[in-house]
Design a protein around this ligand. Structure first.
Ligand code: SAH
Length: 349
């Protein structure tokens, strides 16, 4: 690590901001030593705010049916080989019930943009969850919807919304999505979510096709200025039935480096060590936590549908029951000095 790199990292820690050019330089110039240096700072910052607690979110993958055709995604509309399923409201409540008894106090409903989940259907599900689990946070990750829809869901009791921006560079966005999807619309959705009052999550894949240090620098600038409450970043992993099948997966060490950078930009951010990170390396999630992450999102979906929610190849934890997952994670994290919290794990501001 040269003096310049160290100076950039020290300044980022102090000021939580760099220029886009500096972010790009930080990424291009990174060395193992710089990665360890910044990870140590990120760990200290997270420790000062959230201690040694890791927050868990029970992920319920409610549908693999999607009207969109994102080029990277295994459940894109155009994938004729994808296995489609949809959970019924009763299935979703049962997942939440079992999750609650295991210690989950946040449920994340994620899915493709399945037209079945109209505002009426989804608000009814959210209201029921709100009533049955008054001490839990309800997070939605159901893609782009109308502002009125986000408002109705918020009124029904949803607290948080995850909508990764995917890339903050409009040209890059067009390389990853079909022409009918728009960068402006996705960004407008994020803005609306924030204005409505949701704890809002943005994020992006690391190593998605066409990504450069310039586009990543834009992502970091966007994170710095938009100030999301959550930021989901994980490596891109190719799916065999998409046209990106032969593209390389995102790099483990770059992902870890960016987790630390984001922790320094937004000290209070809720930062997951993602399943994708655990997929590209057996200890990926542990390393993510050590680089500054403080959230994990194990799967609460019924075991018989898990393999069907296949966004990318070789996804981990598709064979175990939720209880096994939670036990496994608790052991893994306690081995590195962290504990799985039984709490909503709201963002501190
Ligand atoms: N339909 C919802 C949920 C999408 S799935 C929405 O639009 O927000 C959640 C995230 O998985 C996506 O935002 C994307 O960043 C990630 N993802 C999709 N395909 C992936 C792949 N091949 N590799 C890694 N992550 C992927």
């Amino acid at each position: 690590m040269n003096e310049h790199e160290k100076e950039l990292i020290d300044r980022l820690e102090r000021e939580h901001s760099l220029t886009e050019e500096e972010y790009a330089r930080l990424i291009d110039g990174r060395t193992d030593e710089a990665r360890q240096y910044i990870a140590k700072k990120a760990d200290a910052v997270r420790q000062a705010i959230y201690g040694r607690d890791i927050f868990t979110r029970g992920l319920i993958e409610i549908s693999s049916i999607c009207k969109n055709n994102c080029l990277y995604c295994g459940i894109r509309r155009g994938n004729k080989n994808a296995q489609r399923y949809r959970l019924l409201p009763e299935d979703i409540y049962a997942c939440a019930e079992s999750g609650y008894s295991l210690g989950f106090r946040t449920f994340v409903l994620q899915g493709g943009e399945d037209p079945y989940f109209t505002d009426d259907v989804l608000t009814a599900i959210v209201s029921t969850l709100r009533e049955r689990f008054p001490d839990c946070a309800i997070t939605l990750s159901m893609g782009e919807r109308k502002r009125e829809s986000y408002e109705a869901l918020y009124r029904a009791g949803a607290d948080r919304y995850l909508l990764r921006h995917e890339t903050a560079d409009a040209d890059h966005y067009r390389m990853l999505h079909p022409p009918e999807m728009s960068f402006e619309h996705r960004m407008a959705c994020l803005q609306a979510l924030k204005e409505i009052g949701y704890q809002t999550g943005a994020g992006f894949m690391v190593g998605s096709p066409g990504q450069t240090s310039r586009t990543l620098a834009r992502d970091l600038k966007f994170i710095e200025t938009f100030k999301p409450d959550m930021c989901g970043i994980g490596p891109f992993i190719p799916h065999h039935d998409t046209e990106f099948r032969d593209c390389p997966a995102g790099d483990l060490y770059l992902t870890l480096f960016l987790l630390s950078v984001i922790r320094l930009i937004l000290p209070y951010v809720l930062l997951p060590a993602t399943t994708a990170l655990g997929t590209i390396h057996p200890l990926g999630r542990e390393m993510g936590i050590q680089a500054g992450a403080n959230v994990v999102m194990p799967n609460l979906s019924p075991v018989d549908v898990r393999k069907k929610y296949e966004l990318y190849d070789n996804k981990i934890c598709t064979g175990e029951e939720a209880a096994e997952c939670r036990g496994c994670l608790a052991r893994r994290f306690s081995a590195i000095g962290f504990n799985l919290a039984v709490s909503r794990g709201d963002v501190k501001r």
